[in-house]
Design a protein around this ligand. Structure first.
Ligand SMILES: C[S@@+](CC[C@H](N)C(=O)[O-])C[C@H]1O[C@@H](n2cnc3c(N)ncnc32)[C@H](O)[C@@H]1O
Length: 273
């Protein structure tokens, strides 16, 4: 976790980048465009195909759920859930199902899915250690759980310039709201402790150009959390500089690492409570 032992404990966890923000649809579309290619390649390698029964948890802008619909349907099932599913309204027309569901409190179907997926969701949820076993219980025997979650700490201190300063404050703001920017590095152990088998994991650090989709996504992120950043004593000038750097096509940046970990439910029994 970021911060000293004196850091205020998260009293009232909340999601720092709510989907109701004016430009959230654009930001989530950029996130999907930047990360879907890797997610799709991995999902295909794990066997997602026509007829797969899929649960997309924390579906956000829905780009990956749309790919699941195009791939698994007809014949399979795609259930996309989110605490705020306002950007998922087109999924039923594609044959998918949408549910407004808080992963921390609401029940999920059990033992019904061949593929359960999250991307940049669990790191934000303070109750992630109770949500994870529930996602595992949603797996049918032989089903795959794939988690793609950010791990900010490995490169945080290496990020130079205004981008680095803003990223460090942003990461801290998420942790004050209940996120954990270093939890993802233990994903393989978490999956194994749940009784999943065939564990696979890797970490990728995207390197991206200013002006790219990933750069525009981060620039919009700094716009969405502008007030929070200034409350953490980042000056508006530094935020403006960081956004200008992100628009500069001659600059290259490190993104926070993405940990991708998957595990399979045994054929004979499913994960622990
Ligand atoms: C960073 S976005 C990622 C969206 C999508 N997975 C992607 O990668 O494009 C995180 C999503 O998780 C959702 N979320 C956060 N906390 C949640 C909770 N407790 N229950 C359900 N969804 C939640 C948010 O509403 C948001 O749509």
């Amino acid at each position: 976790m970021i911060g000293s032992p004196q850091s205020p404990a998260p009293q009232d966890p909340y999601y720092t980048l709510p989907n109701e923000w004016d430009s959230a649809a654009e930001r989530l579309a950029l996130l999907g465009a930047a990360y879907d290619p890797e997610s799709i390649t991995l999902a295909e390698s794990l066997g997602v195909t026509a007829g797969s029964r899929c649960l997309e948890a924390g579906a956000g802008g829905g780009s990956f759920a749309r790919w699941l619909c195009a791939t698994a349907l007809p014949g399979g099932r795609v259930l996309a859930v989110d605490a705020d599913p306002r950007h998922l309204t087109d999924l039923p027309d594609r044959g998918g199902e949408v549910a407004r569901l808080d992963l921390t409190t609401d029940d999920l179907p059990q033992h019904e899915f061949d593929f359960v997926h999250t991307r940049f969701v669990l790191l934000h949820i303070a109750q992630r250690d109770t949500v994870l076993p529930r996602l595992a219980r949603a797996l049918a025997p032989g089903g795959i759980l794939l988690l793609e979650e950010g791990d900010g700490l490995g490169v945080l201190n290496e990020m130079p310039g205004a981008f680095g300063e803003v990223w460090r404050a942003f990461a801290r703001s998420t942790e004050l709201a209940g996120a954990n920017q270093s939890w993802a590095r233990n994903l393989p152990a978490h999956l194994e402790a749940l009784g999943l088998i065939d564990i696979r994991a890797n970490v990728e650090i995207p390197v991206f150009r200013g002006g790219s989709q990933m750069a525009r996504m981060w620039s919009l992120t700094w716009a969405q959390v502008h007030e929070t950043l200034t409350a953490l004593r980042v000056s508006p000038q530094v935020i403006a500089t960081a956004r200008a750097e992100l628009a500069d096509e001659e600059r290259w940046f490190y993104a926070p690492p993405t940990v991708r970990a998957s595990g399979r439910a045994p054929r004979e029994s499913v994960a622990t409570p």
